[in-house]
Design a protein around this ligand. Structure first.
Ligand SMILES: NC(=O)c1ccc[n+]([C@@H]2O[C@H](COP(=O)([O-])OP(=O)(O)OC[C@H]3O[C@@H](n4cnc5c(N)ncnc54)[C@H](O)[C@@H]3O)[C@@H](O)[C@H]2O)c1
Length: 355
């Protein structure tokens, strides 16, 4: 997708130097982190923040003296000064706010998951294309240096043929009321797998339980079938004694573990595996040889994923190049989450994603 620059004044200003004016909607738990990163960028400013809560606006004014705030979301959408809108509100509001912002001619970065239904995601994609605007979803981990390292490791062939992937994202809380644990946490795991492997899942089977709140799933096991016979498993929970962020890829040459809680040693690449026997010389015998080679802890140059994500959004607006986590990427995750819920409703059967 190629996006021409949207505003009349752009033609007279070199695109690399043009000041971008952001509006932000939502300043709860996540909004403050992104506002700091949006505001920190060169040649960009956040000109107006909207939130329904006066208390959250007062906090924002304390943290960012001089920042204009409003409890009227329409003021952000109607402001002709604003080029782009970042949306950090509960899932149920993403579609309406993003649609209104695109309709008003603003580029949009909306938090994950893009929407609560794939039909809504498709509508936003079509609207952004029609209006020649950037639509991006906040798949934070696609901008993390560790995830980029894993992607390059996969692309280089270092791991060999991938057998399977396992991802767990567990902690005690934070319980949400606007979305279950699948909509809340699994977008991270799914976007990581899709980005690293450069693939979309073909079918999904899931099981989940509502342990604390009736009707709101707080623990789930999601199984995915990817092309090339690769299988993946995602375990998400708000009800676990400790925090776990563990991502493993098992290949036939090497295995890699990414533990996001492990300080400076987040990634370990294991030269471990199982070598098959030479059946011709050991007829009738089933003997495998286990390989216990070295473990490498690579140095991964640190960078702040949110800063990279904000920069990427600004760059997409300035260059017209589709962002890494564009609407289609967001749709893939939304459709997969939807299929996971369909599977749970049907006792865990595999549901085709039908992309
Ligand atoms: N990328 C990440 O790693 C990450 C992490 C956490 C949350 N998130 C996402 O960020 C979004 C917000 O999550 P949160 O944890 O900050 O939620 P939150 O409930 O803490 O904050 C939401 C804020 O939006 C405001 N709000 C609600 N409806 C609004 C409306 N119509 N107009 C203006 N303001 C409105 C609320 O007053 C609140 O301050 C969710 O989509 C969530 O999935 C992303």
């Amino acid at each position: 997708m190629s996006l021409p620059l949207g505003k009349a004044d752009v033609a007279t200003t070199p695109t690399t130097r043009r000041l971008l004016r952001f509006g932000q909607i939502g300043y709860g738990y996540w909004g403050p982190l992104m506002l700091r990163n949006l505001a920190r960028q060169e040649n960009a400013e956040v000109v107006l923040l909207a939130d329904l809560s006066e208390k959250r606006l007062a906090d924002a004014e304390r943290n960012h003296p001089g920042l204009a705030t409003t409890n009227d979301t329409a003021k952000v959408l109607d402001d002709p000064q604003i080029d782009a809108v970042y949306i950090a509100t509960p899932l149920g509001t993403h579609f309406d706010l993003a649609r209104q912002a695109l309709t008003a001619g603003k580029h949009v970065l909306v938090e994950k998951p893009l929407t609560g239904a794939s039909a809504e995601a498709r509508e936003l994609i079509a609207l952004a294309a029609e209006k020649e605007l950037v639509l991006m979803v906040g798949h934070t981990f696609e901008y993390s240096p560790e995830v980029e390292y894993l992607r390059q490791l996969h692309i280089s062939g270092e791991l060999g043929r991938t057998y399977y992937i396992n991802s767990s994202r567990l902690n005690l809380g934070i319980f949400r009321r606007d979305a279950d644990v699948i909509w809340d946490l699994a977008p991270h795991d799914l976007s990581m797998i899709n980005y690293i492997m450069g693939m979309k899942p073909q079918a999904v089977s899931a099981r989940g339980a509502s342990c604390v709140h009736d009707g709101l799933i707080d623990v789930a096991y999601i199984d995915l079938k990817y092309p090339e016979n690769i299988i993946a498993h995602v375990h998400v929970s708000w009800l676990n004694p400790n925090k776990e962020r563990r991502f493993t890829i098992v290949g036939d040459r090497r295995m890699v573990c990414y533990d996001d809680t492990a300080g400076n040693e987040k990634i370990k690449v294991y030269d471990r595996g199982v070598d098959r026997p030479d059946y011709a010389s050991t007829f009738g015998e089933f003997q495998l040889s286990y390989r216990y080679g070295e473990i490498v802890i690579p140095f991964v140059q640190g960078s702040e994923p949110l800063a990279v994500e904000c920069q990427h959004f600004a760059e997409a607006i300035r260059t017209g190049k589709a962002p890494r986590s564009d609407g289609e990427v967001g749709l893939t995750v939304v459709r997969t989450l939807e299929a996971a819920h369909d599977s749970i409703a049907q006792g865990g059967i595999y549901i085709d994603t039908n992309f």
